[in-house]
Design a protein around this ligand. Structure first.
Ligand code: MSP
Length: 553
């Protein structure tokens, strides 16, 4: 990863939809990636999400409700913003395609492309998917039996004067990039899919729609210098990634480290968008990562089936199990690679209990409890010499590497599981060394009792490794990590909660420094971790698998 600047994006979501698990999923993995990047490269990260608003559906739905398109868009964009706030998303900006800052930049880009001849006026006719607002190629339309592959509704023939983008001009360059750079389109299955489709050849892409008396055609950004056309919503939307950082203060963030998207919008992101960037002479994103889909009982989630995991249901889960637990489930069990993932309550409870309640939560309580009981709540002296049982400085190094390497491969599930593996190692070490038994052997009159020193060594190993594990888990569990750091009297500022971007203050330690076991940022012997004999506050209460699943309010 380039450490000078890290720019991470999510798709911008259709403002006509209500936020659901799919939107929350992409945004949560992007959030964990951004938080981890902020820990690694403080001050050098920019994370963007937002809403895509110039769709015909926005106009028609607004009209049904007696609202203007922008009133309806305002209302729904706010729903997305709130939804993301609720799940702890730390985006640095929220772009809306109806904002002037975006519209002005889109005009600028289109003008540049018209001046270079990459965009020109022509005539288009073809099969149109009204709901998806997209034309299908003849091959794709035929394959789908002239019905929308998404909604199943019949496609319609449309013919209209249009501005076109000369996509075929970039076919060779696109092929070279995608075939030659294995990190450009990920995962591998999606890269092969794009390369396969490229072989069918490329057609010029219509980038405008005519404006008519129908109000639905009047919402959108007009073609510069031609009020009778508006810019096709997809072209307008793709530009958000650039328009948002195309300012003197943010320009250095270009190009993005990764565009995180769902697999259904692969073509726009891997073919049309890079070609537009080539035409503009802009650098290409480092990677485009397209994950798969959340499904329910093996079936696509849809309004008609009424099987959506919507925001209300996710809120009910987070009310019962905490926001961080929902984030953990989404990130570790989600459809990251090339296969879809089923949302299952039983799995949620299983993972929650194993990783969080009986994992991190219980381990933190055990360690704090013993330090409270045997050392008056103060961190014991790290005793030099071979570690009894396990080499935690090595285990912490491995965990750090696994988290960082996993995230670089966009395998966030595997990456963050490394944090829990460290917790499991600590638990195993406690079970093997039985500090609670050792404590009974200590002679209270003898301060130099070797059993006391051994007990101190064990608990120091545990507490210090747990600090590292918590830090490594904080991008997924920002609230619980902050709670634990606070309970232990450690500064929360390094728990991944910090926001903002800019030039990194040189004094801030890197994540590697922070994760160094017993390093300068480690626990200090004598530090008051807990009140003597106090009961640690449980981080995650155990879930009862027999309890009824939460219901949306
Ligand atoms: N507005 C376009 C994207 C423009 S980007 C320049 C769009 N919006 S959308 O509201 O339909 O959101 C699509 C994205 O939401 C997917 O690419 C994916 O990131 C997420 N998901 C929507 N449903 C999903 C699932 N069922 N499962 C996982 N994520 C999916 O397309």
């Amino acid at each position: 990863m380039h450490s000078d600047r890290v720019y991470i994006t999510t798709p911008i979501y259709y403002v006509n939809d209500r936020p659901h698990i799919g939107h929350c999923y992409t945004t949560t993995i992007a959030d964990a990636a951004a938080r981890l990047a902020r820990l690694r490269f403080p001050g050098a990260v920019f994370f963007l999400t937002g809403t895509d608003e110039h769709a015909e559906k926005v106009v028609t739905t607004a009209a049904e409700r007696g609202l203007t398109p922008i009133q309806w868009a305002d209302r729904n964009a706010e729903q997305f913003r709130l939804a993301f706030e609720r799940i702890g998303i730390s985006n640095d900006d929220f772009i809306r395609t109806t904002q002037d800052r975006h519209k002005a930049k889109v005009h600028e880009y289109i003008r540049r492309l018209m001046a270079s001849g990459d965009i020109y006026l022509g005539e288009y006719s073809g099969w149109y998917d009204v709901n998806q607002e997209e034309y299908l190629t003849e091959t794709a339309a035929k394959e789908a039996n002239y019905h929308s592959p998404v909604t199943g509704r019949p496609l319609v023939q449309r013919s209209e004067p249009n501005y076109f983008f000369n996509l075929p001009k970039y076919a060779a360059a696109l092929h070279e990039k995608i075939a030659g750079d294995p990190l450009f389109v990920l995962p591998e299955a999606r890269r092969n899919e794009v390369l396969g489709r490229l072989r069918d050849g490329l057609q010029p892409v219509p980038v405008s729609r005519p404006v008519t008396a129908d109000p639905a055609t009047q919402f959108g950004i007009r073609m510069p210098g031609d009020e009778s056309h508006r810019i096709y919503v997809w072209i307008d939307a793709l530009f958000n990634y650039l328009s948002c950082v195309d300012t003197p203060e943010r320009r250095a963030f270009w190009p993005p480290q990764v565009h995180l998207i769902g697999k259904e919008i692969l073509w726009f992101h891997c073919i049309i968008w890079p070609a537009l960037l080539m035409a503009l002479g802009e650098k290409l994103p480092r990677s485009i990562y397209a994950h798969s889909f959340w499904v329910r009982d093996g079936r696509k989630m849809s309004k008609s089936l009424g099987n959506f995991i919507d925001l209300e249901l996710l809120a009910a889960y987070s009310d019962r199990y905490s926001i961080d637990a929902v984030r953990w489930y989404l990130i570790t069990q989600g459809p990251l690679g090339a296969t879809d993932a089923d949302f299952s309550h039983a799995k949620f409870v299983e993972v929650y209990n194993a990783d969080l309640a009986n994992g991190l939560g219980n381990c933190a309580s055990r360690v704090a409890n013993m330090i409270g009981k045997y050392f008056g709540g103060r961190v014991p002296e790290p005793v030099a010499g071979p570690h009894a049982g396990s080499d935690f400085s090595e285990l912490c190094r491995i965990a750090f590497r696994d988290v960082v390497d996993g995230a670089e491969r966009f395998d966030y599930a595997e990456a963050f599981r490394a944090g829990i593996r460290l917790v499991t190692a600590i638990d195993g070490y406690i079970n093997a060394t039985e500090p609670f038994k050792l404590a009974k052997k200590i002679d209270p009159a003898n301060l130099d009792d070797p059993a006391r020193r051994e007990l101190g060594r064990i608990l120091w190993n545990c507490a210090e490794s747990l600090r590292v594990a918590t830090l490594l888990l904080s991008p997924v569990l920002p609230n619980k990590a902050a709670d634990l750091f606070k309970a232990w009297g450690l500064p929360a500022s390094r728990s991944g909660l910090e926001r903002g971007f800019g030039v990194a203050p040189a004094s801030l330690p890197t994540l590697e420094d922070l994760c160094t076991f017993g390093g300068p940022h480690g626990l200090k012997p004598g530090h008051a971790l807990i009140e003597p004999d106090a009961k640690p506050i449980p981080l995650f209460a155990r879930a009862d698998p027999a309890e009824e699943p939460p219901k949306a309010a």
